[in-house]
Design a protein around this ligand. Structure first.
Ligand SMILES: [Zn+2]
Length: 136
């Protein structure tokens, strides 16, 4: 699962991957590693906070939020706006970063949002990209 990759594994991956047929420069590797670390830390913390027992019955789900532009991948664009119930095991395996350069986050869904009919719990079956997919 993405959330369980170790920093060392990502550092090794960064020495092997190519972007537009070239190995990465030190600056590119540093940027992707920094983005990986900050995305992993912040998404892990967000999910942990949303699952806090004190919020039980208030945060009832999470919504995938991607920045949809020419730098986002098909997987992230397809899941943008889709939601999972807070106890869905798919949350863990789909917690960003999904790939190198992924900028996605989980956002909380409250009971009130759901009751106002703004949320449907849906999740597409689009295949997850390889971890070594790079978006800058
Ligand atoms: Zn993404």
């Amino acid at each position: 699962m993405t959330i369980n990759y170790k920093i060392k594994q990502i550092e090794i991956l960064l020495t092997k991957v190519k972007y537009e047929n070239s190995f990465l420069t030190k600056e590119e590797k540093d940027e992707l590693l920094e983005r990986w670390i900050s995305s992993t830390d912040s998404n892990r913390k967000r999910i942990h906070d949303f699952m806090d027992p004190d919020l039980s019955g208030f945060v009832i789900g999470v919504q995938y939020s991607a920045i949809c532009d020419d730098r986002s991948c098909d997987f992230c664009q397809s899941h943008n706006g889709e939601s999972l119930k807070i106890d869905d095991p798919l949350i863990k395996e789909n917690t960003p970063p999904i790939h190198l350069g992924c900028r996605c986050i989980w956002s909380p869904i409250t009971k009130i949002e759901f009751e106002r009919g703004k949320i449907n719990f849906t999740w597409s079956t689009i295949k997850k990209p390889n971890l070594d997919l790079i978006t800058f």
